[in-house]
Design a protein around this ligand. Sequence first.
Ligand code: PLP
Length: 461
Amino acid sequence: MEYDKNFDWAKRDLELIWHPCSQMKDYETLVPIVIERGEGVYLYDTEGNRYIDVISSWWCNLLGHCNPQISAAVKQQADTLEHVIFANFTHKKVIELCDRLIKIIPKGLCKFNFADNGSSAIEMAMKMSFQYHQQTGNPQKTKFMALTDAYHGETIGALSVGAVDLYSEIYKPILMNTIKVPAPDCYRCPYGKLHGNCDCECFEKAEEVFEKFADETCAILVEPLLQGSAGMKVYPPMYLTKLRALCDKYNVHLIADEIATGFGRTGKMFAFDHAGVSPDIMCVSKGLTGGYMPMAIAITTQKIYDAFYADYSTGKAFMHSHTYSGNPLAASAAVEVLKILEDGTVLKRANENAIYFHDLIKNTFANHPNVGDIRHIGLINAIEIVEDKAEKKSFSRKFRLGYQIYKKALKRGVLLRPLGDIIYFNPPLIFERKDMDYAVKVAYECMVEVLEEHKSLSLQS
Ligand SMILES: *Cc1c(COP(=O)(O)O)cnc(C)c1O
């Protein structure tokens, strides 16, 4: 098939493709942007327009697009071994990957089971935990706990432990029953405390739920320190420390969903590192391969692994597989990511820039009457737009203010993609100050324009 120079790629896209997490009718007014190439924090479309990718292409691009070192490693791997069955077979890259990971992950995690996307790793962790309890004398443990506002992926099991209604509401009749623990909410703290200036009083809610339901519970899943899809809600490490102790008390596994937070996003290698405790199972994906290839891992302890280790005839094995488990191309990208992060300079630079970035955002946004909250961790910053600052009252979703800001910012070369009315930045770790200056200026100006337009529209009606 030949495409001529003037071929309308976007039009053909819309004839063929159903895009993720989209109302396709919206594409009538915002046709898909055809990206030709990427370089560092920039994406370039077929018309030569440049976009600063401040959301790391859905939070996975860690070290810039087309990072020369990662690209070279993947190219070399493609000429060596592209894929091999991972039952009974293995290969050097994936072993090197685990060897490198084990040195940097929270203590006690030491067995690596591979999947190819985050949702699958979450479900793998849930199955592991369930089966562990079945095989260690607690068959009554059949339920899962998760925080309200949680996001753990889109497949039916992962959606069941999630609680963002936008994604799960309609599917409720086919989801499994899970037990929800009220999540910390530092912006609208029911105890009237300020973020980081508390004793996690809200943890008493978790204690109440554990008291009632822990006996029938296998595990609790958490997005450590950062509930991303909920609107980049940040909560203090003390919550995790307390949760670790509570899980130990009740023999409930602590499953860390580090899919969004892993690999330096929160300023440390993993969010759990801020708390100084370890989960029983940790799921990683996204930044793991620098955003090059789909790969995910559920990493667990010797203790959990041992509950499955027996003669074949006992039926205790974990009979779970994904075709692309341990894929060599993905492993080669991941090894290279870890090599780049190894000496700490990238993270050190990111943490220095994070101070600059947050100050810049605070100074730009804080005084605006519709900016209710600015929260941050690592390079991640979120700005919550509200209708009434004193009441912390949101605008009605039907105005889609965030979406309008998104469209405006695209025209000016910044890829923002707000979550509802929450503008956020989750850039690659290599994000530098001059791009910060531009992206923040554009985000602010687009927000102001949209709010003024909204005001004049409401006055008319
Ligand atoms: C993205 C994400 C997932 C799901 O990963 P997929 O690869 O999209 O299935 C799960 N949990 C968190 C915290 C995420 O950010």
